[in-house]
Design a protein around this ligand. Structure first.
Ligand code: COA
Length: 160
């Protein structure tokens, strides 16, 4: 199976919003109520904005969109420079290295842009995935969405 990673275009926004909802629905480390609160915040407009102001990378398997992630190359919309966000893989393509390919491409993009480090607020599901990509946990955090408290982790990776 080969994973191809490319930059997103505005035409991807609808598919990425749908894919993110499917990925969240399958994140069984969180309760159904937590997942519903998280998924309810997804919108096509937000994904269009991500594509406009950050570097969004899209992974495809056999020509079908299988996942995406973004890295902010400069501070924008509450993201820090070097912040990795919105890492989502379609559950039908899970466990096959799609996230690994996306994080590798994110890192190459960040290095080419002169960033010295990457930071992320990883979902509890994604913590081992970021660890495999060389990130270290700095602290455990929680975020409250519609009254639901979700645990996540602040993680860093130096590119030095
Ligand atoms: C988290 C998520 C992105 C992982 O995507 P994926 O494509 O299935 O992950 P990969 O197959 O690329 O796995 C990458 C590495 O992490 C490892 N890994 C994945 N899940 C793991 C787990 N639960 N425990 C331990 N290691 C795990 C894999 O073995 C792989 O290691 P390798 O590179 O040494 O082979 C996907 O499950 C998802 O979208 N989840 C729901 C949404 C979410 O939580 N997004 C993160 C927001 S910060």
């Amino acid at each position: 199976m080969s994973v191809v990673v490319r930059p997103a275009s505005p035409a991807d926004a609808v598919v990425l919003a749908e894919l993110s909802r499917a990925a969240i629905g399958a994140a069984e480390v969180y309760t159904p109520a937590q997942r519903a609160a998280w998924a309810s915040r997804r919108s096509v407009a937000a994904h269009l904005r991500f594509i406009e102001v950050t570097r969004v990378l899209v992974a495809s398997v056999d020509g079908v969109v299988a996942g995406f992630a973004l890295v902010a190359l400069a501070p924008v919309d509450g993201l820090a420079a070097g912040e990795v966000d919105q890492l989502f893989v379609d559950p039908v393509s899970g466990g096959r290295g799609v996230a690994r390919a996306l994080l590798s491409a994110v890192e190459s993009t960040a290095r080419s842009s002169g960033l010295a480090s990457l930071v992320t607020h990883a979902s509890w599901r994604a913590v081992p995935v970021f660890e495999r990509a060389g990130f270290s946990q700095v602290e455990v955090e929680s975020v409250t969405l519609d009254g639901e408290v979700l645990t996540r982790a602040l993680m860093l990776k130096s590119l030095a």
